[in-house]
Design a protein around this ligand. Sequence first.
Ligand SMILES: [Zn+2]
Length: 80
Amino acid sequence: MTRSVLRYVNHRIFRDPATKPNAAAHCLHKECDWAATPGPDVAEVDRQCMTHTGLNADHTLFLRGFWDIARVQRVGSPGR
Ligand SMILES: [Zn+2]
């Protein structure tokens, strides 16, 4: 007979406080390789996209990305 002991440990995930999130955008108009300057301010990236469309009226689709560095930590354990 085999016995198992199950132990559950709670975890949480959060943005690493020593890092900043980043946003980026690339124009999807064919043969256009314009990209916004990536940065932590999503509104600034959006403004860059709108300026690009203002200068190129048919460039209206953008691939936007947002990423950050996440840290997983056991709940109740001291931070590392
Ligand atoms: Zn474009």
